[in-house]
Design a binder for this molecule. Structure first.
Ligand SMILES: Nc1ncnc2c1ncn2[C@@H]1O[C@H](COP(=O)(O)OP(=O)(O)OP(=O)(O)O)[C@@H](O)[C@H]1O
Length: 683
């Protein structure tokens, strides 16, 4: 830096010194500024004072105290733009704040399985990405626009000095890169909490490192420029560098009285903006397809794991479609000791259907198997053992089974939530391993746990899923109203309340309505009536009864009553396989060829009760006995109901009977018998 100074000694008599000093500065480098320092001029005054003393007292005299007096000057307004100095770090943080917002939203949809739910109802990957990307782009664009407008309105040179078109191009490219980065990062997270923490650490970390590390290297002329470019590959750093350049040009403009960055300045050797723009465009073009690909193959998405190698997938798809319906069963046959006759019969039907396809069958499960691989030294768990099932249209099939039997695992494979370990299933002839996207367009799902957006209303959910099922205009509005009415969410504007304010039962009914909207031909319902009060449950049953007329429904339930009311066929599922399959009445007849006789007396008459039962039925079997209450199974062929009444009447005259009853076998009795037989109650 050069300092030019002019002295005009106006009066130098013995009494007073009158002097004018002019000063100005240049920059050390005439290609562009490198640094700007505030000028300090007391030295000039001291030099003039020294010269005056020497003039009066001789050249040997020296003024002892130097630098004590500031330069007298006229009052000026300090032109100092704080934003230009602080800007880079502060504005990096402001711009980057959108990153954790986008990331958290994407991971939330994945964690809550909302994304897979949307896919299950027919939303394809392409439109999902386009809609989500456009939404975040619009959000970011509005945010950045307000950022520029606000900064300009309050007059910060950081915004007003630099050419607006450069700023707009820079922010446009950066927000695209930031969204692509969020999509990319979302593939690696399955927990919203962790994603949020990591997102904010990235924002603050990259800003601070940019300000204290990158900036240091940028300003150090000896640091290799190539390394700076490598560092700027990190999007937070490229953002920092761009904002740093805006700040530098705006601030130098302040000092020099010129404007900030113009397009022509992009070719300045010290201006890193052009490199940053190029890096960001290339990175965006790489990150976006990479994120899409990772989303497809990532198992963390909670969805069906796609084949990692696309070529392998294509090969398998071709092979599978070639084998479909021609080679019979796929996958290794699971050996099941002493397979029961119902299962064997169902397996044979499936094999026949694979050889001679029938358009009448909506669902064919062929030897479907699921093994959960044990982690941390735990053994593998065979959750579904080579399940074969053929379900014609218009039938509601019920899966009953104790907890942990494998019902949810079976449904999850059928709806694409988890991949089968071996075997497969066909939905209207389409393979669940390869054609899930096509299957989704004709499938309705009511999952075990409600997958709903807390902030949307019930009606909005139905409108959204209705649109996914290609309903439009008046047809969509009618279907939505009908759906809300059918599940009792129409009256009193309940359907227009946010789902976050719904009770558990209301959410359940909405989930059922969603599974049926758009007339899907195959519907899976996992414990649909869980948590419903009796009135709502009855209402739901009539909805399902109506719905099953022209579609195939598979439902899992723990309610025998529900199974009996709704299902045309039942399978009792124990320890990964069916123990029996049949119509509820048929199962009751088969497994329940007995009446259940119950009598409660005082304890001293228990013996007499047992004798009474033996007289009625010599082969009666006592199944329950506790403090005076006994329960017996009486083979139907040995017992006449009239005899039972006569015996009880005559017993009443001999001892006191507190209560008694005779009941036909219920489905619950069948269930307990079958499940007990399979020794499944150790779960
Ligand atoms: N992700 C998993 N990893 C390991 N084991 C699992 C996993 N999911 C389920 N299991 C095990 O597989 C078996 C079947 O579970 P599943 O949830 O399919 O049973 P379910 O019949 O639906 O039970 P419920 O009626 O309680 O919902 C259980 O023993 C369960 O512990």
């Amino acid at each position: 830096m050069f300092l030019f100074t002019g002295y005009n000694f106006l009066n130098t008599n013995k009494d007073s010194l009158d002097i004018s000093i002019w000063f100005n500065s240049t920059y050390s480098n005439n290609t562009a500024f490198t640094e700007i320092a505030l000028l300090r001029v007391p030295r000039l005054v001291n030099m003039a004072s020294n010269a005056y003393i020497k003039f009066l007292r001789g050249s040997g005299v020296e003024m002892l105290l130097e630098y004590v007096k500031d330069m007298p000057k006229v009052g000026t307004k300090l032109k100092f733009d704080l934003s230009s100095l602080l800007g880079a770090l502060f504005f990096t943080w402001i711009v980057e704040l959108l990153f954790p917002v986008v990331l958290t939203y994407l991971v939330y949809e994945k964690q809550q399985k909302l994304k897979i739910m949307m896919k299950m109802h027919g939303l394809k990957d392409g439109p999902y990405w386009m809609i989500t990307y456009t939404y975040f782009f619009a959000l970011s664009a509005v945010y950045m626009l307000l950022f520029i407008i606000f900064g300009s309105v309050i007059g910060l040179r950081f915004f007003t000095a630099n050419n607006y078109s450069i700023q707009i191009v820079f922010y446009f490219i950066y927000i695209n890169l930031q969204i692509a980065l969020a999509f990319f990062a979302a593939s690696f997270f399955s927990s919203v909490k962790i994603a949020t923490v990591v997102g904010y650490i990235y924002v603050f970390g990259s800003g601070l490192l940019g300000a204290f590390l990158l900036r240091f290297f940028v300003e150090d002329n000896s640091f290799p420029k190539g390394w700076i470019v490598v560092m700027e590959i990190i999007p937070g750093f490229s953002l920092y560098r761009g904002l740093y350049e805006f700040g530098q040009y705006a601030f130098s403009g302040t000092a020099m009285g010129t404007s900030g960055m113009e397009w022509t300045n992009l070719s300045d050797p010290v201006n890193g903006m052009r490199t940053v723009l190029i890096i960001m465009v290339i990175e965006w073009a790489i990150l976006l397809p990479l994120a899409f690909y990772l989303d497809q193959v990532s198992s963390l998405s909670g969805g069906l794991r796609k084949r990692l190698l696309i070529s392998l997938k294509c090969f398998k798809k071709r092979a599978a479609s070639f084998r479909r319906y021609s080679f019979g069963r796929l996958g290794p046959k699971v050996t099941i000791e002493m397979e029961n006759p119902d299962t064997t019969q169902e397996r044979e039907v499936v094999e026949q259907l694979l050889l001679e396809p029938s358009a009448n069958h909506a669902i064919i499960s062929d030897n479907l198997t699921k093994v959960y691989h044990g982690k941390d030294g735990n053994p593998d768990k065979l959750a579904v053992r080579g399940l074969s099932l053929a379900l014609p249209k218009g039938q509601c099939f019920g899966m009953l089974g104790p907890n942990g039997a494998g019902k949810t695992s079976f449904i999850s494979m059928m709806i694409g939530l988890i991949p089968p370990t071996s075997g497969t299933a066909y939905v209207h002839g389409m393979d669940i391993r390869t054609d899930m996207n096509e299957i989704y367009t004709n499938m309705g799902v009511c999952p075990q746990h409600d997958l709903l957006w807390e902030t949307l209303t019930g009606r909005e959910h139905l409108l959204f899923y209705g649109r996914l099922k290609n309903l439009k205009g008046a047809e969509l509005l009618k279907a939505t109203d009908d759906s809300l009415k059918s599940v009792n969410l129409f009256r009193g504007g309940v359907g227009d309340k946010q789902v976050g304010k719904y009770s558990g039962g209301m959410k359940r009914r909405l989930s059922v309505a969603i599974s049926l909207i758009g007339d899907p031909k195959v519907v899976f319902m996992d414990e649909p009536s869980t948590g419903l009060d009796p009135a709502s449950r009855n209402n739901l049953w009539s909805v399902v009864k109506e719905a099953k007329k022209n579609r195939a429904i598979i439902l899992t339930t723990h309610s025998m009553e529900e199974a009996e009311v709704l299902c045309d066929r039942l399978g009792i599922f124990v320890d990964g396989g069916f123990q029996c399959i049949g119509h509820p009445k048929e199962l009751k007849a088969r497994y329940g060829g007995t009446y259940v006789f119950t009598m409660t007396t005082s304890s001293e008459h228990e013996q007499e009760v047992e004798q009474l039962v033996r007289r009625l039925s010599p082969n009666a079997n006592r199944i329950y006995h506790i403090s005076g209450t006994q329960k017996f199974e009486l083979p139907k062929q040995e017992v006449k109901i009239a005899d039972v009444f006569n015996e009880v009447e005559s017993a009443k005259s001999r001892f006191s009977i507190h209560a008694w009853g005779l009941a036909d076998t219920t489905l619950e009795d069948v269930f307990i018998k079958v499940a007990k037989g399979a020794q499944a109650f150790n779960v």
